[in-house]
Design a binder for this molecule. Structure first.
Ligand SMILES: [Zn+2]
Length: 474
């Protein structure tokens, strides 16, 4: 997962140099903070997404169907029998023929490295495999789907017979998860897919740091990874403006997961609990996963750490026109209210739903061009105009989540260049999206409160202990 180059820098470095007065400067900072929050939300979303595809290993401890590790890992034309995975509990291919014991594939193993611009179909044709075999593989369903999203540098192991039949394929999705595809019986009956899953061990770690100038420098000094720092900023970013509010002496304490495989650290996991002290005021958050598997961060009394809306629907954009009910329209050249905020951004920049809701309009809307309107509960709605195109699956009645990509920046309708025109309505009346007071996201449901306080107790106690020991040190 790539993260933004923003991480290594002080946010202030991104301020436009040309700000003419403080007021204007303040607006930019404000935007910037909004951008950072939504960026963080984005990163979290992307990483969640990616996790679903590439590393659910850690979240779904399943019975290990571990193979005896094959020692040979590189080079072409490896010819060794691949130990086949047991018919894995993870595989939900329904038509598994349980009675046929797997036989070692008949061909020779070779390893292929995915190149820039590669696809499975290109790889197959380079290896002399027929499009029919590719088609059979891709129609295997869920497990094999990961093969449609290969990344440069990924390695595929292919077992190919002398008559150019694919006998088996294996693909290491991540350090704990490997896809195995084997030929079923004889060549005419297609393939079987299964996922081999290795157990990881989860440990709890913690980190504490004090800030001199910026959160990122303080976190770096404390040895906190960039990803965890982004996550930390995402959790508290709704309360603390990390560009404007940070003061020397602010501090943070983080309790987080670490995932280990065979005693070796694989990667960091989620932040379980954290405290941020900003100008003497302490904010605390605890992660909680409810019975539906939805995770979020809550204050110790069960309030959401989030607001119901993101301030900004596009990252790394520039406000090109503000909310102004007496503006001269740039295309029509006459006074016409500007009922929203314009964000100039390159064509194709993703646009995100600012809150959870339901699409109530998707289509052309006069001068607005391609437009989506989302209804959020009974009181709020948001509008996104001049879209180049809609994200896949967006249609009338569709439910969307906060931060979900709904479309892409364009200049459809009456627009001088690519930008997003964004409107925010409360009880049907337009409000300035930059200044409207945003409601809190829903608190933890009552039915989870008892469970939440039981589970959060030990994390909060850890934060207390860490705080006491660092106070003692100072
Ligand atoms: Zn506009």
């Amino acid at each position: 997962m790539k993260h933004s180059p923003l991480i290594g820098r002080d946010y202030k470095a991104r301020l436009p140099e040309t700000s003419q007065d403080n007021k204007r400067k303040h607006h930019y900072l404000f935007m910037l903070a909004g951008g950072v929050i939504s960026l963080v939300a984005t990163l979290l979303i992307i990483s969640d997404d990616a996790e679903a595809i590439r590393s659910e290993a850690v979240d779904l401890p399943t019975e290990t169907t571990a193979l005896p590790a094959t020692a040979v890992t590189s080079d072409e034309h490896i010819s060794l029998p691949l130990a086949l995975p047991r018919r894995s509990s993870v595989s939900d291919t329904p038509e598994v023929a349980v009675d046929t014991a797997p036989t070692p594939p008949a061909g020779k193993w070779r390893e292929v490295t995915v190149k820039n611009g590669d696809s499975l179909s290109l790889i197959f044709s380079r290896q002399g495999l027929s499009p029919q075999q590719l088609h059979q593989l891709l129609s295997l369903g869920k497990e094999a789907k990961v093969l449609t999203r290969l990344f440069p540098g990924d390695k595929l192991r292919l077992n190919i017979t002398d008559d150019k039949q694919l006998a088996a394929l294996s693909y290491k999705i991540n350090p704990t998860k490997t896809l195995h595809i084997t030929q079923r019986g004889d060549a005419s009956t297609g393939y079987l897919a299964s996922i081999e899953q290795l157990h990881t061990e989860t440990r709890t770690a913690n980190s504490h740091g004090t800030i001199d100038s910026s959160l990122f420098l303080g976190a770096q000094k404390a040895g906190l990874s960039d990803n965890l720092t982004m996550e930390l900023a995402g959790i508290f970013g709704w309360d603390v403006d990390f560009a404007l509010d940070i003061r020397k002496g602010d501090s943070f304490t983080v309790v987080f997961e670490e995932h280990y495989l065979d005693g070796k650290k694989l990667r960091n996991g989620k932040i379980l609990a954290a405290e941020f002290i900003n100008r003497g005021k302490a904010y605390r958050a605890v992660r909680y996963t409810d019975a539906n598997g939805d995770s979020d961060y809550y204050s110790p009394d069960g309030k959401s750490m989030r607001k119901a809306f993101l301030r900004t629907p596009v990252e790394f954009s520039r406000i090109s026109s503000r909310f102004n009910l007496k503006r001269k329209h740039p295309v029509l050249n006459k006074i016409r209210a500007h009922k929203g905020v314009d964000y100039a951004a390159p064509r194709g920049t993703p646009i995100r739903a600012t809150g959870d809701g339901k699409i109530v309009h998707r289509g052309n809307k006069g001068g607005y061009g391609r437009t989506i309107i989302i209804q959020h509960g009974s009181r709020y709605s948001s509008l996104y105009a001049h879209m180049n195109n809609y994200a896949r699956g967006m249609k009338h009645g569709k439910r969307v989540k906060q931060g979900q990509i709904i479309g892409y920046v364009g200049s459809t309708g009456l627009a001088t260049g690519p930008h997003l025109h964004y409107e925010f309505r409360l009880n049907g009346a337009v409000r300035n999206p930059l200044t409207v007071k945003l409601p809190d996201a829903a608190p933890l449901a009552k039915k989870y409160r008892a469970d939440f306080s039981a589970k959060s107790r030990s994390y909060l106690a850890q934060l207390d202990v860490l705080k006491r020991s660092t106070l003692a040190l100072n």
